[in-house]
Design a binder for this molecule. Structure first.
Ligand SMILES: CC(C)(COP(=O)(O)OP(=O)(O)OC[C@H]1O[C@@H](n2cnc3c(N)ncnc32)[C@H](O)[C@@H]1OP(=O)(O)O)[C@@H](O)C(=O)NCCC(=O)NCCS
Length: 229
C-alpha cells in the first residue's frame, strides 16, 4: 500500500458517526510524549514503530474530540488508559495503524486490521468453528479468502471490545461470526456466543459489527457496544 492509498482509506462505514477514526502510517519515537516514551524501554525497533504509530494516531483522534496533550499510557494488562469518559481501540498491521475512539453512550469498541492474504488455510483450524469452516468451504475462492480474513479480524475486534468491559479471555471457539450482508467494499457480521460470556451480564447477544476492505489485501473490522442500542 502506498501513502497515496492510505489517504484514500474509506473507513466511514465501519462505525457510527460519533466514533472518531484515525489512520497512521509511520511515526518517529521522538514524537512520543516523555511519559509514553518511558513505556518503550525494552521494545524492539518494529514494536517501537507500531507503538509510536498508535500513540500518534490516538493523539489525532483525541485532538478531534477536544483533548490535547494527553499521554496515552497503558495498564499492566497492555490496554490503553484512555481519558475519563472516552473508550478507544488501537490496531496495527504491516506498517499501518488505525485508532478509533468515542464517548458515552458508546461503552466499548474494538478495531482490528489484518492482511487478507495472511489468513491462510493452515490457520483455519485454530480460528474457526466447524460451522464457520463449513460455510467458508461453500464460497468461491476469492469470497472465501475475504470472509476468512474478515471473520478472523472480527473475532479480534470483538475480543478487544468485550475485554475493556469484562477483562475476560476468550478462545476463538467461544464465539461464532456469521456474515449477514456484503458488497464489494464492506460486509456486516453477527457475533454469537458459543458459551456464556461475562459480557452477557451487560449486553444481551447478538452483537454486530462491520468489516471494510479499504485497500488491496487489507481488511479492517469494527465492533461497537452502545448503552442506547
Ligand atoms: C490483544 C490482542 C487482541 C491484540 O491483537 P493483535 O492483532 O495482536 O494486535 P493489534 O495490533 O490488532 O492490537 C494491539 C493493540 O491492542 C490493544 N490491546 C492490548 N491488549 C488488549 C486487550 N486485552 N483488550 C483490548 N485491547 C488490547 C493495545 O492498545 C495494543 O496496541 P499498543 O500496545 O500499541 O497500545 C491479541 O494479542 C490477544 O491477546 N488476543 C487474545 C486472544 C484471542 O485472540 N482470542 C480469540 C479472539 S475471540
Amino acid at each position: 500500500m502506498s501513502d497515496q492509498a492510505d489517504k484514500q482509506l474509506d473507513l466511514g462505514i465501519l462505525f457510527p458517526p460519533q466514533v472518531e477514526v484515525a489512520v497512521r502510517r509511520g511515526a518517529a519515537a521522538g514524537e512520543l510524549y516523555p511519559e509514553e516514551a518511558a513505556l518503550c524501554g525494552r521494545f524492539a525497533p518494529k514494536r517501537l514503530r507500531e507503538f509510536a504509530m498508535g500513540r500518534l494516531a490516538a493523539r489525532q483522534v483525541l485532538a478531534r474530540m477536544g483533548i490535547e496533550h494527553f499521554p496515552l499510557l497503558k495498564r499492566p494488562d497492555e490496554t490503553a488508559l484512555w481519558p475519563e469518559g472516552i473508550t478507544g481501540s488501537i490496531t496495527h498491521t504491516d506498517g499501518i495503524c488505525l485508532v478509533a475512539a468515542a464517548r458515552a453512550p458508546i461503552a466499548a469498541l474494538g478495531i482490528d486490521a489484518e492482511i487478507v492474504s495472511h489468513v491462510t488455510a493452515e490457520l483455519w483450524q485454530q480460528i474457526f468453528t466447524q460451522r464457520e469452516a463449513a460455510l467458508l468451504h461453500r464460497l468461491s475462492a476469492r469470497q472465501r479468502q475475504r470472509h476468512a480474513a474478515a471473520i478472523f479480524s472480527a473475532k479480534e475486534a470483538f475480543y478487544k471490545c468485550q475485554y475493556v468491559l469484562t477483562g475476560e479471555w476468550l478462545e476463538f471457539e467461544d464465539i461464532e461470526v456469521a456474515v449477514t450482508e456484503e458488497n464489494e467494499a464492506f460486509l456486516r457480521f453477527a457475533v454469537r456466543p458459543q458459551r456464556t460470556l461475562t459480557l452477557q451480564q451487560h449486553f444481551a447477544p447478538l452483537w454486530h459489527g462491520r468489516a471494510a476492505f479499504p485497500a488491496e489485501d487489507l481488511v479492517v473490522t469494527g465492533v461497537v457496544l452502545s448503552r442506547t442500542l
